[in-house]
Design a protein around this ligand. Sequence first.
Ligand SMILES: [Zn+2]
Length: 558
Amino acid sequence: MKLTVLFLIAAGCLASTALYAETTVFINGNIYTGNMKAPHAEALASKDGRIIFVGSNADARKFQNGDARVIDLEGKTVVPGLTDSHCHIFGIGEREMNLNLEGANTLEDFLAKVKERVTKTERGKWITGRGWIETFWQPPQFPTRGDLDKIAPDNPVFLTRADGHAAIVNSAALKIASIDKNTANPFGGEILKDKQTGEPTGMLLDHAQELVAKNIPQPTDTEREEAFLLGVKREIDLGWCEIQNAGSELADVERIRHSFEAGKVKLRVYNAVYAPGPGATALLHDGMTLNGYEHRFTQRTLKVVFDGALGSRGAALLEPYADAPETSGYLTQKESELQPIFEEALRQGIQVETHAIGDRANRIILDLYERAMKSVPPEKRKIREPRWRVEHAQILSAQDLPRFAKLGVIASMQPSHAISDLFFAPSRLGKDRLAGAYAWQSLLKSGAIVAGGSDAPVERGEPMIEFYAAVARKSVKGFSADGWHPEQAVAREQALKMFTLGSAFAAFEEQEKGSIEVGKLADLTVLSKDIMKIPEPEILTTTCAMTVVGGEIVFERK
Ligand SMILES: [Zn+2]
């Protein structure tokens, strides 16, 4: 508690993003409270940012006096404010600002979008974009620099795959970065080369992307802040009340704080900084920020990226890829560098979250967590229960799955990955390994806490797609791959919990958020349909009618 007060003052939060003081009474709602003792209600009231009443329309009348604001929900469904426990807020904004290659369903489609951008761009200027996924194309093969050279001979081009773990570049970009057939792979990355000629194909995986990316002019402060604010707006309009930003560089932390100080942000942001790196050093040195800007900004987490992604075969597997036996992926950080950081984090009560997709990355990160916890026992920690997280926890071997519950490690998972990856994961992994892939139900049954997120802009980042994916475990068109373990789908109550109480727990916020109860922050997501009852496909046509953060209506669909 002392910590909280200290940081409230340190963050200077009292100057801006004021509490919403007005008494607001929401009536005629179909309210799912998430509170087991009273799971359903018709009405609620809020004041000074918090819930002061939950109950029936009749009992709500005593709050409807004086200048109280009354909102008639007209029977709409209300759930506790949804939290995206894993997304990349700047990337979401940038997707709107740059060339957005989402939905390019063929190679021709993809090239046409790039070509259109080339015609509008000055000769010699960089063209950057994101969002392509080749697994939907026929044949499902990576694009090549030759494809891009034909349409962009005079502009360097850098186009990030949707997952952010690979990029395709053209010859002009390779030339600027001085990459040729003799360039060696950097640690934790791969320059794909033609099997016959040995020349680079233009595909750069993980850390190899940086060889080219470092030559691209950096966005200005203003552009970067614009990206953040665009991202914030999109999230609020979709019904997210909080996002947990899965990693940021030091400069972006300043931009986030700056936007909050200017009173421009209503969304709650739980921010992680990349480790190792200057952001991590600063967090370990300066300590955490808790509940800054009227409970809207918390920073207490280090984010480590430990392997690549499955789509680009960078995820670190215990056995080789089924469709590329020459590789089993790679780790992107050295264990020896992480160990001292982890121990220091434990001593200081700093949370650690680690991206681990492959079963090898998951096993090793659990080993590292376990080792750190042994060498810094509870009495030597600032916070006894560290609530460390594994982000994605995508492919787990049977022996590692129970370790999450045992070690108190949270599985932070994104249901949409399962319904995007079902088109290629079976060929990458083979049938046997699918048993421990996207294993939400097994993790829940083992007693682990599962927090739900979207990983936007890797995925679309829409709460209804995530909720649908968790309960249906089928593509948005209703398709499920052979051997895709339908039993890993979750019940609607479990899915809702993943995006409310689960995410809140993963952020030490379950006393403040995650359910609609008196005393908690008044965060609500109001939906056009009853997602707890409608047929599964209808979940996808459900929209956010209203987003309420701290009792204030911050979005309303007109
Ligand atoms: Zn991510």
